[in-house]
Structure formats: C-alpha cells, structure tokens
Design a protein around this ligand. Structure first.
Ligand code: UD1
Ligand code: MG
Length: 362
C-alpha cells in the first residue's frame, strides 16, 4: 500500500520535471516567433501607455500560439499513455476528444486574431469547438438537487439534452470570461495561471482525500501541469511592460483547457468556484455586452500621463475599472498585482465553499 503511494509520488515528481521542459521550449521559441507575427501584421499598440514613447511601439500579438502548440505536442504523449492504460474504457476516447476540442479552439482563436471577429462570432466559436467533447461525453447527465429542494424534486434531476447545453455554456463562459477580463499587461496570463493552479490543487486534494474517479483526476493533472509550465514561459514576455501580447488564441485555449478538464473530470460546478472574479466581471459587464449601454472596442482605464497611473473610466463597466473606482488610481503594474491577489483570495473562498459550504447545500 505504502509502496504504491511512494511510486505514485515519484511518478508525480518525475512528471513535474518532464512538464517543465515546456517552459524552456516556450521561453526559447517566443523571441523567434514574435518576428513572424510582427511581419504578418499581427501586432497591437499598448493602449495604457498612450502619450509615452512605449505607447507608440508595435507589440507582437497572438503569441499564445507558442505555448498552445508546445502544449499540444507534449500532450500527444499523454494521450498515448492514457490509451495504453485504459484501452478498454471510454477514458482514452474522452481524453482524445478533449485534445481535439482544444486543437479546434486554438485554430478558431487564431482566426479571431487574424480576422478580428465581431462579438456575435466570438460567442459562437467556443460552441463549435466544444462539439468533440460533447460527442464523446459519456458521464452523468443528471444534477444533484440541493437539500432544501429534495422534498419536491427528489435527490437527482435528469437534465438529458439540457445537460449538453449546460456543458456548452460552461465552455463558452470559461473561454470568453477570461478574454473580457483583460486589457492591462499580464492580466490574461496571470489569472489563467491562478485558475490552473487552483484546478491542480483541487485534483491533488481529491486524490489525497481518496475520492472516487482517480482516473479523471490523474488525467486532469496530466493536462494541467504542462499548461502551467508552458504558460509561465509566455508570462515571462507578457508581464509588465509587455514585450508580446497573448491574443485571443491564448484566452480561448486557456478557457477550453479548463472547461475540458472540468467536464471530463466531472467537476464543472467546482470549476466555476475558481472563476469568481470572472463571474463578477461578466455580470458587471452584462449591460455593455447586451448593448444596453454602448460598448466601445476597448474598455480600458484612462492612463494619466502626469501621474503615470491608471484611473477608472465610469462608462467602462468591467472589474478593472470597478476595482480602480474602489481603490483609487494605481500604476498598471500594481493594478495587475492586486487583481492577482484578488484572484488568489477568491480561490481560497472557492475552496471554503467547496469543502465547507457545499455540505450545507448538498
Ligand atoms: C477584450 C475586451 C476589451 C479589452 C480587450 C483587451 C470586452 C467586451 N472586450 O476584447 O474591452 O480592451 O479585451 O485585450 O470586454 N491591449 C493593451 N494592453 C494589454 C493587452 C491588450 O493595450 O495589456 C490592447 C492591444 O492594443 C492589443 C489589443 O488590446 O492589440 C488586443 O485586444 P483583443 O484581445 O483583440 O480584444 P478583445 O478580446 O476583442
Ligand atoms: Mg482578447
């Protein structure tokens, strides 16, 4: 028994070391690839530095394709491993389908970066890319009913086809909610790394608690570790002051990775507990997303050239401006740092709800 667990931890440590090679690959490749994206006209102006020399620079865009590609290459080995391990079960098939969805969203995200698609198309893309997962999904299609509703509805409610719509909604939310919580250097990447670490921690906790579904938690870890390392490579170049921008490719890829492990690992509700700032940002943005209030192409704060700080813009309803409103003007670097701290605090809250609060409801 102990021998088994020792072997498990050695395998885990070994896997960490092997996944770390994706960091090196991304770190090495980005300076090379950024020249190509620049030449191809895929670049952006750093809007929060308007009025400064840096603000005029053309920053290479869409560099999310580098970690995404490295991640896919790395995971081919993972898929092969899961196929060898679980040939007789449905798990390897689901794992392949997950990878197909992730590949598909990388392609569609890249199209978005090249074509600069309008919002109605952006909402559609993740739905298309979720099809492989939906087709392969063989898990439950019922939801557990909260205790106070059980006298009326019973312990479970079968959702049937609606469950597939629910999964599509999870994919659409995960991808877009990261993309619309953006606009200051490093925020897209750091929020994604925190969410990924929360998922890793959750899977390790479940394994440690000896919960069921060991396979799905192992596969989640197998997918999320190379995600974290390859994204750390991107973070090096995207952190303030950004040398490269990540593009929508990155946001969609990240959201799809999280949705895939959440759905196939059967913890999609818990997954949403790691998205608390994104949920707040989404709800607060709704008036603008639904065009009740005009929505400009960019909803960024205002850069004050004199104080070198960002100030809230009243008409831009997102969490970045809400935070500046509460906290007062901040430099771009400090703002990103504090929003990351907020994300970490929300993860703690998420874990509290999952392990203490959920018992009261379910
Ligand atoms: C989403 C947001 C938009 C925000 C943008 C920033 C909604 C509905 N959309 O749009 O409000 O302005 O993300 O990514 O909320 N940029 C910077 N600094 C950064 C990151 C990006 O100036 O740190 C600018 C650059 O000009 C870059 C561009 O934003 O080229 C990328 O925008 P893109 O990701 O295409 O915007 P959306 O995802 O459509
Ligand atoms: Mg974007």
């Amino acid at each position: 028994y102990y021998y088994y667990y020792n072997m498990q931890s050695i395998a885990f440590l070994l896997y960490i070391v092997v996944s770390a090679t994706t960091y090196l690959a991304v770190f090495y490749m980005i300076p090379k690839i950024k020249k190509f994206t620049l030449n191809a006209g895929l670049y952006g102006k750093d809007i929060n530095k308007k009025g400064t020399p840096e603000g005029e620079a053309q920053i290479p865009e869409t560099l999310g394709i580098v970690p995404a590609t490295v991640f896919i290459i790395f995971n081919m080995v993972g898929v092969l491993y899961s196929y060898k391990q679980h040939t007789t079960s449905h798990i390897a098939f689901e794992h392949c389908a997950g990878m197909l969805s992730i590949c598909f969203i990388i392609f569609l995200g890249f199209c978005d970066d090249v074509f600069d698609l309008p919002w109605r198309y952006k909402i559609l893309l993740p739905n298309l890319a979720s099809l492989p997962i939906l087709v392969a999904y063989e898990g439950v299609t019922h939801v557990v009913v909260p205790i106070f509703l059980r006298p009326y509805l019973g312990n479970y409610v079968s959702l049937g086809v609606l469950y597939y719509l629910y999964m599509m909604a999870v994919v659409t939310f995960c991808t877009n909610s990261i993309n619309i919580y953006a606009g200051i250097n490093g925020l897209e990447v750091t929020q994604s790394i925190i969410i990924a670490c929360s998922i890793l921690l959750y899977n390790l906790t479940e394994l440690w608690l000896g919960q069921q579904q060991t396979f799905s938690h192992t596969i989640s870890i197998q997918i999320i570790l190379p995600y974290i390392f390859s994204t750390l490579g991107l973070y090096y170049y995207n952190k303030y002051p950004s040398q490269v921008f990540v593009g929508d490719t990155f946001c969609y890829w990240s959201g799809m990775v999280f949705a895939t492990v959440g759905i196939l690992g059967h913890f999609s509700k818990t997954l949403l507990l790691f998205f608390i700032p994104q949920i707040i940002n989404f709800v607060y943005s709704l008036p603008q997303l639904m065009k009740i209030i005009p929505c400009p192409r960019h909803r960024l704060p205002f850069y004050n050239v004199e104080t070198k700080k960002l100030e809230k813009v009243k008409t831009n309803l997102n969490l970045i401006n809400l935070y500046l409103w509460i906290r007062g003007p901040l430099s771009e670097k400090d703002l990103c740092k504090e929003l990351v701290i907020l994300q970490i605090l929300c993860t703690f809250l998420g874990f509290l709800i999952r392990y203490y609060g959920a018992h009261l409801l379910f």
